[in-house]
Design a protein around this ligand. Structure first.
Ligand code: ADP
Length: 187
């Protein structure tokens, strides 16, 4: 199975991704996690990405597309994968389609987790106290939210038109939300 998990910052994508990965035996590809590892290791990719991340901006599409094409070609991705945080723009989604064509693969579904914006900001400010992430400050969180609505939300329509979009309520307990996602995928 090949899935995309979408949703605004703070909606719990990472938490749900880990659970879905275990449930379905998928590879979990979080572009945020991959980029943070690159930054920590001070690789060329990391050095080129750090400023964008710290300001709540998106890392340029070409960087993401190269990085993900390389990753999706790795043998472990043959068993199926869950994309978390990618694609995040229309050009990334179109680039992903080309990558998938080359790999002779299709997406099975795009899950969009939804939640109220005020609740999201509160969750993120709380997380910022313990996450140690350089971009979990109130100001950068607001910027990331804006970027989501401007650059990423248009993807919902893109995938709706392809008949892939499945919207799932992201409020409630962690396990309730996982069950909702699994039910939606299996209905
Ligand atoms: P969140 O969804 O909680 O904001 P992520 O961990 O997914 O956080 O991403 C953190 C940062 O990494 C983003 O704000 C952005 O700078 C960068 N990033 C992650 N994925 C992408 C992507 N697909 N395109 C561009 N930038 C990305």
């Amino acid at each position: 199975m090949r899935l995309v998990l979408m949703g605004p910052p703070g909606v719990g994508k990472g938490t749900q991704a880990t659970r879905l990965k275990d449930h379905y035996g998928l590879v979990h590809l979080s572009t945020g996690d991959i980029l943070r590892q690159e930054v920590a290791a001070k690789t060329d990719l990391g050095l080129r990405s750090k400023e964008f991340i710290d300001h709540g901006h998106l890392v340029p599409d070409e960087i993401l597309l190269d990085m993900m094409e390389n990753r999706l070609r790795q043998p472990d991705c043959q068993k199926g994968y869950l994309l978390d945080g990618f694609p995040r723009t229309i050009p990334q989604a179109k680039g992903l389609e080309i990558i998938l064509q080359r790999l002779n693969q299709n997406l099975d579904a795009v899950i969009s987790l939804t939640a109220d914006e005020q609740e999201l900001i509160q969750r993120l400010v709380l997380r910022g106290k313990t996450s140690g992430r350089s971009d979990d400050t109130p100001e950068v969180i607001k910027k990331r939210q804006r970027v989501y609505w401007e650059a990423t939300a248009p993807l919902l329509e893109f995938y709706r038109q392809k008949g892939l979009l499945k919207e799932v309520d992201g409020t409630g307990s962690v396990s309730e939300i996982t069950e909702r996602i699994i039910k939606t995928l299996e209905s």
